[in-house]
Design a protein around this ligand. Sequence first.
Ligand SMILES: [Fe+2]
Ligand SMILES: [Fe+2]
Length: 280
Amino acid sequence: MAMVTSKHQRKQGSNWSVDDIDFEGIEHSAVARDQDLMYLLAAASFVEISSDLYTHNLVQYFHGDREIEDWLLNTWEPEELQHGAALRRYVTRAWPTFDWDSAYRDFYDDYSRFCGIEQLGPTRALELAARCVVETGTASMYTLLGQLTDEPVLQQLTEHIRRDEIRHYSHFYRYFVRYQMTRPATRLAVLRTLWARINEVDGEDAYYAFKHVFQYAAPEQTFDERSYRAFRQRLLGRARELYPVHMASKMLLKPLALGPRVQRTALPLVVAGARLLMRH
Ligand SMILES: [Fe+2]
Ligand SMILES: [Fe+2]
């Protein structure tokens, strides 16, 4: 946990930094009473700022592939940590009574227990396809967030993060194609992997993150699964019309490398997958 700041400082590659964001300019009246937005952003900051756990696993998994190792360590991880640091600063400025540090500490204790290497894909190509799903999920979420709010600082921040996530997707996709050229996974195996990851992406992370945010932000209420389900329902109601389904579908289709005719046939399934991805 303590490493978050130092890793954040050695960020390379990204074209923005936390200090570029004018947090003093937050229009408090636009967000202060939006409790669900606070839950969502605080939960996202927890998951992003814990990316070092995941990177460690991934780097180990791609040991020997210098290009991927280097990119994960020097670009991807610092950028994900920066997302967490920027979101954390936004949350603590916009909702100053929320005890971010304590809630994060509790979250980290839970999260670090289930974030193990055994959760990675059976082959490198398939893990890379799965990472495309994860980045599609985050790119879609920040696209959605930017549309969900009128608060200009948050719009600026989510736009920066959204672009990073799309770039992450492009990198994972490029590495996936490289592995497909030498040790190709079958289309069915890719489809299975995409579908499996769509169904699990961020499910546990988001649940635990919400749980610990909720326990500190609403201490007068008792947390249970229903609190989480109710939060998701409220969010779905607000966001239904704003889902970037087209963008997400295109991103999910790419690793399948289908011809145009098959693509048309597969589209309803992929759109369903894209919608599902954004419901987690
Ligand atoms: Fe991120
Ligand atoms: Fe990312």
